[in-house]
Write a protein that binds this ligand. Structure first.
Ligand code: KIV
Length: 292
């Protein structure tokens, strides 16, 4: 199956087609999103919060990112895969950035990497692009800068901040990012940025004028019961679905309704009433993994 390329994503902007991106952290969800027609899967360092239960993305390591990027790569055949460079993996030097980004591509199977930062990271972006690594930028609210930003707060509401974000966007485009995530900025500013840049803008909490949208999949699916920021729309309530399934499982186990006869194996020679199983070619003995 043909992979979605960064050029295909850029062509979408040129043709006025919206780009759909969600985060993915494992093979099972990656496979579903791939089948759904999502354009790109972001193995976001948001995994620190939604998978690991941390209060921020800061504790996420390169090893965590590699583990999840590999899992997503195994699940997705068509989607472009973007892997986040985690906090501390690209700030110390451009050489370290290249080393770590290379691992996400070569060992993780990602098609590009994403890093948070504006103008001051333009040289890092240039170095990565020169090394053959496609880079997605990320400005506005940058969760890895949560301590500098005074929390998870909307950016660019004032004129001075908006001007700084525009300078960041221009510098990153010139440095060679192929697309730019705009997080938690006013919709009007995102519209201005989209018109100013030739690369696609992917918004999260940045209004409808972006060239594409990204959501954390666990938010979109309604898995996070206690967390629903203004910019999130829940397309499902999987928290309730999973809760109901788990409660039902407990009830059935306690009432001895599960497992039923159809879920049980028997030793053929010991149980006289058990008819011998029809053996499929290449399968002998117990039918352990019959397809559903
Ligand atoms: O880590 C992440 O999930 C992200 C998105 C919020 C854009 O960076």
């Amino acid at each position: 199956m043909k992979k979605v390329t960064i050029h295909a994503l850029q062509k979408k902007k040129a043709e006025g087609q919206k780009i759909c991106v969600v985060t993915a952290y494992d093979a099972a969800f990656a496979r579903i999103f791939d089948e759904a027609g999502i354009d790109a899967l972001l193995v976001g360092d948001s995994l620190g919060m939604v998978i690991q239960g941390q209060a921020s993305t800061l504790p996420v390591s390169m090893e965590h990112m590699l583990y999840h990027t590999q899992a997503v790569s195994r699940g997705a055949q068509r989607c472009h895969i973007v892997a986040d460079l985690p906090f501390g993996s690209y700030q110390a030097s451009d050489e370290e950035a290249v080393r770590n980004a290379t691992r996400l591509i070569a060992e993780g199977g990602a098609g590009s990497v994403k890093l948070e930062g504006g103008e001051s990271y333009a040289s890092t972006v240039k170095r990565l692009v020169r090394a053959g690594i496609p880079v997605m930028g990320h400005i506005g609210l940058m969760p890895q800068q949560v301590h500098n930003m005074g929390g998870f707060v909307v950016q660019g509401r004032g004129e001075e901040e908006a001007q700084r974000i525009m300078r960041d966007a221009k510098a990153l485009e010139q440095a060679g990012v192929y697309a730019l995530v705009l997080e938690a900025i006013p919709a009007e500013l995102a519209r201005t940025l989209g018109a100013m840049l030739s690369i696609p803008t992917i918004g999260i909490g940045a209004g409808k004028h972006c060239d594409g949208q990204v959501l954390v999949s666990y938010d979109l699916l309604g898995l996070m019961a206690d967390f629903k920021p203004k910019f999130v729309k829940r397309y499902a309530n999987l928290y309730a679905t999973v809760l109901e399934a788990a409660v039902q499982f407990c009830e059935e186990v306690r009432a001895e309704h599960f497992p039923g006869e159809e879920h049980s194996f028997h030793a053929m020679r010991l149980v006289a009433s058990n008819p011998p199983m029809e053996e499929e070619p290449g399968r002998t003995g117990f039918d352990y993994g019959a397809p559903i």
